[in-house]
Design a protein around this ligand. Structure first.
Ligand SMILES: Nc1ncnc2c1ncn2[C@@H]1O[C@H](COP(=O)(O)OP(=O)(O)OP(=O)(O)O)[C@@H](O)[C@H]1O
Ligand SMILES: [Zn+2]
Ligand SMILES: [Zn+2]
Length: 743
């Protein structure tokens, strides 16, 4: 059977949608693969151009007699694009979606606004050689061509604008000589450098023994060309960032490059400055504050070898470094590393794949590793490295857990417990700073009792029911429905309802209680402007406020040495999200929040207010004992067949017409049933937590299986089935493997 290759010929322009099909000659069939650069005949004159294979198939897309064969596979100096295209193919396979969606994720697409760059035309050869080739290739009276040649011999190079406007030479003429290999186009761009305004201090921290030990372990294996994936579990303030920088410095000294992923929210001036101090202008950053053009420039600078270190959120993973030595994913447990658009990839997994493709080392770091990573480390898939103490013998903060039910019993209805008020008073007195953290992750409508803390749960599943319109409570895992009770079914109290309190409200309460305190608030409202976030952080850092009140965004990796008290106002919020990750998220948030206290010379204290002090995620956070939490949590996951022990594939079906979504979901379920898979549990179709977004109805199917590849195969056959028998317009089908949020 003949083999055909779909190729793209231009990846710098937005032409990815267009592929061209070629025949793979039999002698190349063994060697050809996706991502490979190849040479093909192209266009009217069948000139030889380079393309990249993006798909291989045995089905011709048009008359086979008219499909031209590939010339050859290019083996000299495989370009970085080939590596990224292979990565895209892997992503398409593992996460679903089209090859185009994958390519657009992986390749920095040059957009229209970028094309307005200044172009310069130069001779591609020495003047004498250029002249010889010119005479060989052109007819005698090619006046315009000759004019261009002579001008370039005289000037060396000229701006394209001058050539077309002043010399009266058309673009077509330039192109003709370019094709003959006589002249070339140089794109002269003034690449915008986002760190150009910074000042470098050059100070380098001397590592302590524990940090040095971690560096040596990784470096030993990097030196011996044994790239691996490491999980660096280091408690808050243990100096993980210094470890990263030392590893990067050594990598760069060997002529290789480094990528550092940091969640956008932690990518502050302070963080960038630390890297800039060490690596100066050889560092670049990618963040959402850069324009598309500026972001494209950073990729281009990386490709041109102008930088060695790229720092950024998820998308920095695709920086086109041609000799990548190390990738670091800081705060690897962060959910922002998972893409919420197709392809729904996880940066951790894609980084591991890229590391494998190019022989790079991958370091995942966190004070609260994801269950996934720790599980892999325990199984030996990752190498576990630990930093168990804070730098300079600083103690971890002392943690008080306050039972809010007792507070109510004692007549304290304030959102601030007596203990917290006491400690706040003391801090204000001493002139130390504090942070009040409102965990809002759980506000998606669980119902609880303020007297006894009881949360209304599904009788069939271990999740809270969620409040829907009309007072109905629904389970998002099995579809169970019930009326919202008027009194608590456990204690009979009438203080039952959805718990709601915003940061604004809390600021008011704090100001009333401590009129002399200077407060500052950080939440969605106050950070709406472009640099609102940065302003609040620097104001707090400059001690312009005593109390920082905020949502999860205040707990992410900030280093305020003068903060000695952290108050967590309602720790339970995230326990009742309709999601099997709820305990993990709660533990992470509490530990990270606690980790903000006592990072300077003075020790810190933490107050955790909760209705469920006995919950293991809260007990473990109190002890700041990750392993204690892990052991409990992994048992629970195993018992209920959840990741990371099992794998979960969520199939999300959406449509403007609810009926159509339901029908499609049922049809998919039927299709899966026909596959007769004994090892796969299918749940649904059911409604996800958010059943309607922007008037689009959503239905879900949950597939659980011990084997990840089985789920990938199911996705593959469903994709093939949908291609042959599509549901028609208006029905969206998405696949999500091991999601980080509940559906
Ligand atoms: N060996 C060292 N000697 C002195 N100070 C250090 C050393 N290593 C790190 N530090 C300082 O300690 C503080 C905490 O370090 P760093 O931010 O690297 O820790 P981290 O583990 O990344 O923290 P977190 O996970 O809590 O954000 C920083 O101010 C850093 O400059
Ligand atoms: Zn009750
Ligand atoms: Zn249920």
């Amino acid at each position: 059977m003949a083999l055909y290759a779909d190729i793209i010929i231009d990846i710098s322009l937005e032409k990815l949608d267009r592929t061209f099909q070629y025949l793979v000659p039999e002698e190349l069939e063994q060697d050809i693969g996706i991502g490979m650069p190849i040479e093909v005949p192209f266009g009217k004159g069948s000139r030889r151009i380079t393309g990249y294979v993006v798909n291989l198939t045995t089905e011709p897309s048009f008359d086979p007699a008219k499909i031209k064969p590939i010339f050859n596979i290019k083996t000299d100096g495989i370009p970085i694009e080939a590596e990224l295209i292979s990565l895209a193919a892997w992503m398409r396979k593992n996460y679903g979606g089209t090859m185009n969606q994958a390519l657009k994720t992986v390749l920095p697409i040059k957009r229209k606004e970028n094309e307005k760059q200044k172009q310069t035309i130069a001779l591609a050869l020495e003047p004498q050689a250029a002249r010889t080739l010119f005479l060989e290739k052109n007819r005698k009276n090619s006046v315009a061509r000759e004019r261009l040649l002579e001008a370039l011999i005289e000037q060396g190079e000229l701006p394209k604008e001058i050539i077309t406007k002043k010399l009266g030479v058309s673009t077509a003429v330039i192109h003709a000589l370019e094709e003959q290999g006589i002249v070339k186009t140089i794109s002269k761009r003034d690449y915008r450098n986002p760190v150009a305004h910074l000042k470098k201090s050059g100070n380098v921290t001397v590592l302590n023994a524990a940090q040095q030990n971690v560096v040596d372990t990784v470096w030993e294996q990097m030196k011996n060309h044994q790239p691996k994936t490491y999980l660096l579990h280091g408690v808050t303030g243990s100096g993980k960032t210094e470890v990263y920088m030392e590893l990067i410095a050594r990598t760069v000294a060997q002529g290789k490059q480094a990528i550092v992923l940091i969640p956008e929210i932690a990518l502050t001036y302070q963080t960038v400055m630390r890297f800039y101090n060490r690596f100066g202008e050889r560092v670049s950053i990618l963040n959402s504050r850069l324009s598309l053009g500026e972001r494209f420039d950073q990729y281009q600078r990386a490709k041109n070898g102008e930088i060695d270190v790229m720092i950024g959120p998820r998308s920095a993973l695709f920086t086109p470094f041609s000799n990548l030595g190390i990738m670091i994913i800081d705060e690897e447990h962060e959910t922002s590393y998972k893409s919420e658009t197709v392809p729904r990839y996880h940066a951790r997994e894609v980084a591991a794949k890229r590391a494998e493709l190019c022989g790079a080392t991958l370091v995942l770091g966190s004070a609260t590793p994801s269950l996934e990573s720790y599980y892999k480390a325990k199984k030996g898939e990752y190498t576990l490295l630990e930093l168990t103490e804070r730098v300079q013998n600083r103690p971890l903060p002392v943690c008080h857990v306050i039972d809010l039910r007792d507070e109510l019993k004692q007549g304290n209805r304030s959102i601030l417990s007596v203990k917290l008020q006491e400690l706040m008073e003391e801090r204000l007195h001493k002139g130390e700073q504090m942070m009040l953290f409102l965990n809002r992750r759980g506000l998606a409508g669980f119902v609880s009792c303020r007297a006894c803390g009881n949360v209304i749960k599904c009788p069939h599943c271990d999740v809270s029911l969620s409040q829907h319109q009309g007072g109905r409570l629904i389970c998002h895992y099995c579809g169970y429905e019930t009326e919202q009770p008027k009194v608590c079914p456990v204690c009979g109290s009438k203080y039952i309802g959805g718990f709601k309190a915003g940061t604004q409200k809390i600021e008011e309460i704090v100001k009333k209680r401590f009129p002399e305190a200077r407060t500052i608030r950080m939440d969605m409202d106050t950070t709406r402007t472009k640099d609102g976030y940065e302003k609040i952080l620097s104001a707090f850092s400059n001690r312009e406020a005593d109390i920082l009140i905020g949502t999860q965004m205040i707990v992410k990796g900030h280093d305020f040495p003068n903060v000695t008290l952290v108050g967590v106002l309602a720790a339970d919020m995230s326990l009742y999200i309709h999601d099997y990750h709820s305990a993990e998220r709660t533990f992470q948030l509490l530990t990270q929040a606690a980790g903000r206290a006592g990072r300077g010379s003075e020790p810190g204290e933490v107050v955790i207010q909760t209705y469920t002090p006995e919950h293991y995620s809260i007990e473990a956070a109190k002890e700041q004992d990750y392993r204690m939490f892990y052991e409990q949590e992994i048992r629970y996951r195993d018992l209920l067949n959840y990741p990371p022990v099992w794998n979960l594939l969520v199939i999300l079906i959406s449509s403007r017409e609810e009926e159509n979504a339901t029908k499609a979901a049922e049809q998919i379920e039927k299709k899966i049933a026909q596959m007769q898979l004994k090892t796969v549990a299918v749940i649904g179709p059911t409604e996800p937590a958010v059943a309607k977004i922007n008037d689009i109805y959503r239905k879900v199917l949950y597939l659980k299986c011990g084997n990840y590849d089985t789920l990938v195969e199911i996705k593959d056959s469903l994709e093939q089935y949908l291609e042959k028998e599509p549901f028609g317009n208006g029905i969206g089908i998405q696949f999500d493997f091991n999601p980080v949020h509940g559906f």
